[in-house]
Design a protein around this ligand. Sequence first.
Ligand SMILES: *[C@@H]1O[C@H](CO)[C@@H](O)[C@H](O)[C@H]1NC(C)=O
Ligand SMILES: *[C@@H]1O[C@H](CO)[C@@H](O)[C@H](O)[C@H]1NC(C)=O
Length: 224
Amino acid sequence: MSIRHLRNSRIFFRFLFWWILFSCFPGLISSAVVTLDSIEIFNTHEWIAKPTVYFVCKGENGTVLPDVTEKGVVYSFKGEESWQPLTELESKKCKRCGFYEKDTIKSDDVYDEWEFCASDFKAPDGKYILFKEKELNVTFSCPECTSLPAASDTAPKKHDDGNRMHVAVVILISVLISTVTIIALVVAYKYWQRKKRQQDQARFLKLFEEGDEIEDELGLGTVI
Ligand SMILES: *[C@@H]1O[C@H](CO)[C@@H](O)[C@H](O)[C@H]1NC(C)=O
Ligand SMILES: *[C@@H]1O[C@H](CO)[C@@H](O)[C@H](O)[C@H]1NC(C)=O
């Protein structure tokens, strides 16, 4: 009985472990790296020097594309260059990003500025093409973006975020409470079992002693 019980509780704890792991799982893979596949600029705003083209997302450090200096040339990259990856995207949060050209006199020129979202990347190859007439044609690569949770949900609503946060907190608390309850129940059951076994043993020993007493009373002990 105790072996079967041991196996049962082992299976139970394994189940508990995986369950907790999977409840946390979606949070673990919620961002994906984006690399630049190719870029072609159709225009330069600088007259004298060679242009310096850079990519930046709001609130992040920019990436200068060192080789991109000529218009009408397709620059292709392997995704392993020293300045890659360009950025990271989260499943439900777009970023305001853009391509710019450094300007020595005025403020920097804008090639394009747009909302960059993980859901822009289409399966199966995880590519996204940004094209703006007379400005640029860029291909991004992000194979992980297509497998982000609910990446297909293209219309994230602002007021939903608060609700979702609320639901997440409630779920987390329920998970914690049920885990603690289950562990407490298991511990209590184990304790009860051990107590019961001790009582049984005590009763058994008492039975033996009583047997001895009866033997003594009958004087059988002295005969042997
Ligand atoms: C930007 O770069 C600086 C140094 O190069 C670094 O200390 C900082 O953490 C970076 N900021 C972000 C948001 O990556
Ligand atoms: C943009 O670049 C991609 C990849 O180089 C190419 O396949 C596509 O035809 C280009 N589109 C335009 C409009 O130039």
